[in-house]
Write a protein that binds this ligand. Structure first.
Ligand code: PMP
Length: 374
């Protein structure tokens, strides 16, 4: 039997008895070789692994959404351009609605960017260690990933940026500020320097932007090849809603709108985003509380046998120095505390990442960690 597009006759499908065994069609060769994105969802008491907000959104928001559910025109397609939502986000950032693109989580924003500007024959630059989805999505779209290395302290090294840009001439260059998983915030000077170097678009992923002291949003205008991505998943306490956006030049947004699927953003999500923006003060007070809690958590980690990286986000990267990271991760799980195991990621040997939770959750995490590292 001939093999079609990577079909693998050694892995037959279980079929009807007596019927000829059909080979399974394999995926694209590059996809077959990929490990995929893994983040275990385990049922535990204390979930500090995916940088969610530990607090739900305000009850008034939930009431308003409940009311809106009854008013959605369920039999009609949603507003394809999501204009009310984009206008409200735009007003919050002092830009035009035409400079805002919205999608199902900022991951879909990143995917649409890669589909539009990446793809076969183009390259995408990333500086590791950073958010794994930047390179993963770029590869899925067929782009070549040009990987630069961060300095020993995980700061961005502009000489390395210059090298990668000169070698690869990337269509897209990704920065992540604060950077996941290290927590480091890029300085305005660094972002400006990189912006001056890149031949294509600079993407600054600010999924954790509100936890940081400054934002690259201030550099966005229609004459600058810069886009800043944001999400409702973290600071807005809306990870379940899957809503993200970017702010950038209108000529970029116009191209993204061509590429994203028609009616990609459902009506309820659009209205949830609009209603969330009525609660800016509540969001800012949650952020302020988490930033304070982050300071307490960081100080407590520094009292333990751990290397700790300073963070401008709602998580902290640390490396236990007296026991292997993977062992500590497992022991924390035995205490029903789930953190992110980064210990096998490149350059992050033995590292774990903990999300800032409620005071109680952080206390439980710290108590467990003290016992494990005792
Ligand atoms: N960017 C970064 C840096 C992230 O850490 C995440 C979430 N882990 C995302 C983007 C995607 O977030 P979402 O799709 O929930 O908006």
């Amino acid at each position: 039997m001939s093999s079609v597009g990577g079909a693998d006759a050694s892995r037959p499908e279980g079929g009807v008895a007596g019927a000829p065994v059909r080979p399974r069609l394999g995926p694209r060769t590059d996809v077959a070789l990929m490990a995929g994105y893994h983040s275990p969802q385990v049922d535990v008491d204390v979930r500090l692994n995916v940088n969610e907000s530990p607090f739900p959104p305000p009850p008034e928001f939930l009431d308003a959404v409940a009311d809106a559910v009854t008013k959605v025109g369920w039999h009609r397609y949603p507003d394809r351009a999501a204009l009310r939502l984009r206008s409200k986000i735009a007003a919050a950032h002092g830009v035009d609605a035409g400079q805002v693109f919205v999608a199902n989580g900022s991951n879909e924003v990143l995917q649409t960017l890669s589909l539009t500007y990446g793809g076969a024959g183009r390259s995408v630059a990333v500086f590791e260690p950073t958010y794994a989805l930047h390179s993963h999505i770029a590869r899925l779209t067929g782009a070549t990933v040009a990987e630069g290395a961060r300095a020993d302290d995980f700061a961005l090294d502009v000489t390395e940026v210059r090298r990668v840009v000169a070698e690869a001439a990337p269509a897209l260059t990704y920065l992540c500020s604060p950077n996941n998983p290290t927590g480091l915030v890029e300085t305005p000077e660094t972002v400006r320097e990189v912006l001056a170097l890149v031949p294509g678009l600079l993407v600054v992923d600010e999924a954790y932007g509100q936890f940081a002291p400054w934002s690259a949003l201030e550099l966005v205008d229609d004459d600058t090849p810069l886009v800043v991505t944001r999400t409702f998943s973290k600071t807005w306490s809306m990870a379940a809603a899957r809503l993200g956006y970017l702010v950038g030049p209108s000529w970029v947004v116009d191209e993204l709108q061509k590429v994203v699927l028609p009616y990609h953003l459902d009506a309820l999500k659009q209205v949830a985003g609009i209603l969330a923006l009525d609660h800016v003060a509540a969001m800012e007070s949650r952020v302020a509380h988490l930033v304070e809690e982050r300071g307490r958590l960081e100080a407590a980690l520094r009292d333990l046998p751990c290397e700790v990286w300073p963070s401008g986000a709602n998580f902290i990267l640390f490396r236990p120095t007296s026991r292997a990271g993977a062992e500590v991760w497992r022991a924390l799980l035995d205490h029903s505390v789930l953190v992110r195991d980064c210990s096998s990621w490149p350059r992050l040997d033995g590292c774990l990442r903990v999300t800032v939770g409620t005071t109680d959750e952080d206390d439980r995490f710290l108590a467990a960690l003290r016992e494990i590292l005792r």
